[in-house]
Ligand binder design. Structure first.
Ligand SMILES: Cc1cc2nc3c(=O)[nH]c(=O)nc-3n(C[C@H](O)[C@H](O)[C@H](O)COP(=O)(O)OP(=O)(O)OC[C@H]3O[C@@H](n4cnc5c(N)ncnc54)[C@H](O)[C@@H]3O)c2cc1C
Length: 417
């Protein structure tokens, strides 16, 4: 987000081990497009990069003005960079939950068309796209663009039109009464709006293995590993998954690692991965694809050391220090379970023509829901969180823009004559 001025040092992350805390910081900074130096020092070092380490809790973040944060969370770093600000007003025309491609697109169109809009985001801007090393199929970028860069451009665009970005805030619940949407945030604050757009996307599915949680960020990573790729030079790394995100991770890692093995549960990749990625993987000399292969165990003390693969009932243990897991996700819709907003069996938000008569038993209006409207009037959904949506950046961006047109219609209907 903020490039250091020419006369300032770049932000530095100093760590004495490749553990989850340092990984969380590198990952957050990478997805936020902040240039930084990652410095790993032997345990017990007394200084690094001109900073006295004695008595300090690592990892450290050294800001470009020299200020030092000891063992900070990503939120504390965001706060120190001046990004964590309260909403500028208590009531908006529109609240958008989620600053992935769908939410950012809606923010750009809503703000540019004169609506007051707040975007609530619990993490970095960009959503899943921020984990993508190179998006090659988004219109207008023939050489591809990193997801973090695309998101940062969209963030600047939304802010320039006057959208309020409320970052590092988790929306925990919402109530909808008489055209008043009340959104409660995890910090206890709440804001109100006349309409809401849910663009909360999906959350990485985790490996359901005993040690996977302990080793997360210490050898087991979720996503394409954009922040970790340069640390894989000379290593043999593993990618789990058979869809585009796994293919992209493999191509990105292959530029750094000695070898990348892609572990695919199914018998082939042709039905799950785009042809352009598949063709590239097929000719990449340091990539091997193992089909009909499942990871059934991960192990290590402080860091991943070994994984166990199952191939047709035969288990093999192999040494591994880096496992990148891209096995899809589940929708972020826990908040909806206690509301009249209806979900499909997998937890995705139902909208428009996908709502059955039974889903609309509490629908109070004579008109039918608009195309992207949920079973509660004035509450819309766009992007990956919506049932039956196409899981692509372009479709999320398109739905975000389309939702704003429908929200205008809704607001015109409720406006006093
Ligand atoms: C590694 C990877 C590579 C990909 N590559 C491509 C590609 O090359 N081309 C392509 O077209 N698509 C690609 N995709 C898919 C694409 O990124 C998604 O389809 C797209 O990001 C969906 O956008 P979205 O805005 O609907 O949701 P998301 O991107 O999932 O964004 C949702 C946002 O909502 C936030 N959020 C969730 N719950 C809350 C809450 N309670 N309060 C506040 N905020 C919340 C999340 O933190 C997140 O930022 C890729 C995906 C991945 C993971």
């Amino acid at each position: 987000m903020i490039a250091p001025a020419d006369d300032k040092q770049p932000l530095r992350v100093v760590a004495d081990a490749d553990g989850p805390d340092a990984y969380a910081l590198r990952d957050y900074l990478t997805r936020s497009e902040v240039p930084f130096l990652s410095i790993v020092v032997p345990a017990g070092s007394s200084s690094a990069a001109g900073v006295d380490l004695v008595g300090r809790a690592l990892p450290l973040v050294v800001l470009s003005d020299g200020a030092i944060l000891e063992d900070p969370t990503p939120e504390q770093v965001a706060s120190a960079l001046g990004w964590v600000n309260p909403p500028s007003r208590s009531t908006y025309d529109l609240i958008i939950h989620g600053a992935g491609p769908a939410g950012l697109s809606a923010a750009v169109y809503a703000a540019s068309e004169g609506l007051s809009v707040a975007v609530i985001e619990r993490d970095a801007v960009g959503g899943q796209a921020g984990f993508s090393s190179l998006i090659e199929n988004y219109l207008g970028f023939p050489g591809g663009i990193s997801g973090a860069e695309l998101a940062e451009r969209a963030r600047r665009q939304a802010v320039s039109f006057g959208a309020d970005l409320v970052l590092m805030r988790h929306g925990v619940d919402r109530t909808f009464t008489d055209h008043d949407v009340r959104a409660r945030l995890a910090d206890g604050s709440e804001i109100h709006a006349h309409a809401a757009l849910c663009a909360t996307g999906v959350q990485w599915r985790r490996l359901d293995l005993p040690r996977a949680h302990d080793l997360e960020g210490a050898g087991v990573y979720y996503g394409a590993g954009t922040s970790e790729a340069s640390a894989c030079i000379g290593l043999h790394v593993y990618v789990v998954g058979g869809a585009n995100s796994a293919g992209q991770a493999a191509m990105n890692l292959a530029a750094h690692a000695a070898h990348v093995t892609v572990l695919v549960r199914g018998p082939s990749l042709s039905s799950t991965m785009s042809a352009y990625l598949l063709n590239r993987l097929a000719v990449q000399p340091n990539v091997t694809i193992l089909v009909n292969t499942r990871v059934v165990d991960v192990d290590g003390t402080d860091h991943l050391q070994e994984i166990t693969l199952d191939q047709a009932g035969t288990a093999t243990r192999v040494p591994a220090t880096h496992l990148f897991v891209c096995i899809g996700g589940a929708p972020n819709t826990a908040w909806a379970e206690t509301t009249d907003v209806r979900l499909d069996a997998r937890g995705f938000l139902l909208t428009g023509i996908d709502l059955s008569a039974g889903d609309l038993d509490r629908w109070p209006l004579e008109r039918a829901p608009h195309y992207l409207e949920t079973s509660v009037p004035g509450v819309f959904a766009a992007g990956d969180v919506r049932a039956n949506s196409v899981k692509r950046v372009a479709s999320a961006v398109g739905e975000g823009a389309m939702a704003v047109t429908l929200i205008h219609r809704y607001l015109a209907d409720i406006a006093p004559l």
